[in-house]
Design a protein. Structure first.
Length: 266
């Protein structure tokens, strides 16, 4: 069984994508809703939360692999998690800055992420490593994270455009022709992003890269599902005791169901 993890709904598009190509893998999606949002926490707080949470999750589910489908969790805690639980293969999610830089004609790339992700030395080092003569503009977008988690499931297209447009405008004004979605929550808005960004800005995300990485590790370790049973189990777990908004829960559950339907058809 593979765990996909995020502070909220952000990792669901990653799970869906992986599941479409790997329908017989058993998956559990964990949304750490009680600690949402991660983006406003310190690195130490995130490390503390994740080490204690994964102690329980690993004991309970004995996963063969864990995907941190959360940039904030990955840049903050991946090295500590690898050290603390060395028998688990961990796959992180980081902003797709490298391909954006390679393809940017203007040599100007925009990165959208949480405050925590953008402040992390990992991102600064990545930028320094590939920058050369390029400019990289990082904008924290906590408001958009909140929007996706709390409003997206009932928002109309106009509302989505209102959220996305000011960010694209800032990047466009700065001369960027490549924008990286550096927070998994933003994947839900990718259609709006692409619509607002045409014709001069290309949008980058890490969804396919992460999925291919999972497949590569499954092959390398020879731990792919051998039963071929389709559709496999796909569970959805939220942390916290507070009642979850019914609409949100229905929306997230529908997404999961949709993933299964897609596989049955393919
Ligand atoms: N989805 C998370 C990420 O990719 C962040 C959301 C949060 O702030 O909790 O960074």
């Amino acid at each position: 069984m593979i765990i996909f993890f995020d502070s909220g709904v952000g990792g669901l598009p990653y799970l869906q994508y992986f599941r479409q190509n790997n329908p017989s893998e058993n998956l559990i999606y964990i949304a750490d809703r009680i600690n949402f949002p991660y983006g406003k926490k310190t690195k130490q707080e995130i490390i503390h939360i994740l080490v204690s949470l994964f102690e329980t999750l690993i004991n309970q589910f004995q996963p063969k692999l864990v995907v941190l489908a959360c940039n904030t969790a990955s840049v903050s805690a991946l090295p500590t998690l690898r050290e603390t639980f060395p028998h688990i293969p961990w796959i992180g999610t980081v902003p797709a800055i490298k391909p954006a830089l390679i393809e940017s004609h203007n040599r100007c790339v925009g990165v959208l992420g949480t405050d925590r992700t953008i402040d992390d030395p990992y991102i600064t080092e990545l930028i320094e490593k590939y920058r050369e003569d390029a400019r990289i503009i990082c904008i924290p977008a906590a408001r958009m994270v909140e929007f996706v988690e709390k409003r997206f499931f009932e928002a109309n297209d106009a509302e989505k455009q209102t959220i996305v447009s000011p960010y694209i405008k800032q990047f466009r004004n700065a001369g960027a022709d490549a924008v990286v979605l550096g927070c998994t929550h933003f994947l839900f808005l990718q259609t709006t992003f692409r619509a607002v960004a045409v014709p001069d800005i290309k949008i980058y995300d890490s969804i396919a890269g992460v999925s291919h990485r999972i497949e590569a590790i499954l092959d390398e370790k020879n731990i792919r599902d051998k039963t071929g049973k389709v559709p496999a189990e796909c569970r959805f777990i939220l942390t916290g005791v507070a009642p979850i908004e019914q609409k949100w829960f229905k929306w997230a559950s529908d997404l999961m169901a949709e993933a299964s339907v897609l596989h049955e058809k393919s």
